[in-house]
Design a protein around this ligand. Structure first.
Ligand code: GDP
Ligand code: IMO
Ligand code: MG
Length: 432
């Protein structure tokens, strides 16, 4: 038996969806534990592309169970749309295949309006560039203890009461602060009661269900969203998302005990991308940055925004290993680096006179970080066909070896293309 957590090590979009899909073959259950439909996880199976925002990336395997934990925030409209798209592909999502925690919090229409409104009010330089999906306001209400849980939706009276209380405050904000029309109780109530009828069969105590799976000796895979530098506590605050994205939250966000975790896999893109605003020390503003963006197809899977691109940041990678307790790395998108005559790996930052080996806490100093680079040889060969380590050019192997050495963490997977088969599984993390 092995229970494995997958997390992003950078600013998201490292290729978590692809690796989760790949490893689902060796698991019995896949669990989302945080974030919401700000995530966009892409899978390419037999040439067909799927993008999941809420449903765990394990859903394409018919005999596996998927779970959405209490730490996730749920926009029911998006969830139902995702379910109906899957049904359209001949993959109906039944309650036997997907359980959703009764304790997960609901994204309400006012959360989306407040997300957009608050971004619009921020001065230039302070804007976060959120996905506009209502994520921050929903988690904010959860922490303020104003939130409405998925389970509350099943009790009509309770839901109406909670909605009414919330609308009193939110309508004040919407009209007085953001100059918008107020929302009406009946309209939101009716909309959400429609969702309640459809979602009721999926609502469950996920912690209990996962415990049963664990006791039966099943393998559980936890699918992180976003990335370590977007973590609300440990990321480049305030340019972060509103949840803990690191491995510790796999337990909190699903009601699973930490002693039962066997491995943590950090997904590391062979270079760096970031979508939205915020510090990015190794960002490239030149033709190389544009080439990575183009060759890597670096457009946001949720918002379609162009992703900013830059060299691999070893400081960020090391920080991810420490914060998540990463046991193995999965290095993705190595193929995108083919043709670069020379590669650069940031090994520390200069900040004024100081040399830094970790990301500073102060958001002001983030802006003035100058990466100190180590140069590595590039390779010219295309490598998407590589299926064994020996199929890679020596210089690509040396790049991987240097990452392993610098992060003091072995790679268990190398990915050379978006497809399931474009992968080298060096060691199976479920067989330790
Ligand atoms: P996630 O949010 O971490 O799941 O990542 P995204 O799906 O947002 O972005 C990763 C993108 O890279 C997707 O379009 C994937 O299909 C693609 N991808 C994943 N692994 C590889 C790889 O090794 N090589 C290439 N070229 N593309 C990849
Ligand atoms: P996956 O799971 C990349 C970024 C947004 C913004 C910041 C806050 O696909 O890796 P939010 O809407 O969460 O309040 O926005 O976080 N962001 C992501 N960037 N990948 C993601 O998810 C992201 N989810 C949020 O762009 O900068
Ligand atoms: Mg993504």
């Amino acid at each position: 038996m092995a229970n494995v957590i997958i997390v992003g090590t950078q600013w998201g979009d490292e290729g978590k969806g692809k690796i989760v899909d790949l490893l689902t073959e060796h698991a019995d259950c896949v669990v989302r534990f945080q974030g919401g439909n700000n995530a966009g996880h892409t899978l390419v199976v037999e040439g067909k592309q799927y993008i999941f925002h809420l449903i765990p990336s394990g859903i394409l395997y018919e005999n596996k169970s998927c779970f959405i934990g209490n730490g996730v925030v749920i926009d029911p409209e998006v969830l139902l749309k995702e379910m109906s798209e899957l049904a359209g592909h001949g993959l109906p999502v039944t309650p036997a295949r997907l359980m959703i925690s009764e304790r997960s919090h609901l994204i309400m229409p006012y959360h989306k309006l407040l997300d957009a409104g608050s971004e619009a009010m921020l001065a230039a330089g302070r804007k976060i560039g959120t996905t506009g999906r209502g994520i921050g306001p929903c988690y904010g209400d959860k922490i303020l203890r104003h939130g409405i849980k998925l389970g509350d939706l099943l009790d009509r009276e309770l839901f109406r009461e909670r909605l009414q209380e919330n609308l009193e405050e939110k309508n004040f904000l919407l009209t007085n602060r953001y100059g918008l029309q107020p929302l009406t109780l009946d309209a939101v109530y009716d909309e959400y009661m429609g969702y309640a009828d459809q979602l009721a069969p999926f609502v469950a105590n996920v912690s209990l269900a996962l415990d049963r799976q664990r006791r039966a000796g099943r393998h559980i895979l936890f699918e992180g969203a976003q990335g370590t530098q977007l973590d609300i506590d440990h990321g480049t605050y305030p340019f972060v998302t509103s949840s803990n994205t690191i491995a510790g939250n796999a337990c909190t966000g699903s009601g699973f005990g930490p002693a039962h975790i066997d491995a943590v896999i950090g997904i590391l893109k062979a270079y760096t991308t970031r979508v939205g605003e915020g510090p990015f020390p190794t960002e490239l503003f030149d033709a190389t940055g544009e080439e990575l963006q183009r060759k890597g197809g670096e457009f946001g899977a949720t918002t379609g925004r162009k992703r900013r691109c830059g060299w691999l940041d070893g400081v960020v990678a090391r920080e991810a290993v420490r914060l998540n307790g990463i046991t193995d790395l999965a290095i993705t998108k190595l193929d995108v680096l083919s043709g670069q005559p020379e590669l650069q790996l940031a090994t520390s930052y200069r900040h004024g006179e100081a040399s830094l080996e970790a990301m500073p806490n102060n958001s002001k100093s983030h802006r003035d970080l100058v990466p100190v680079y180590e140069k590595l040889a590039g390779w010219s060969e295309e490598i998407r066909h590589a299926r064994h380590l020996d199929d890679l050019p020596a210089k690509a192997r040396a790049y991987v070896r240097r990452i392993e050495e610098f992060t003091e963490t072995p790679a268990c997977i190398l990915s050379v293309g978006p497809g399931r088969e474009e992968t080298m599984l060096l060691r199976n993390p479920f067989k330790r």
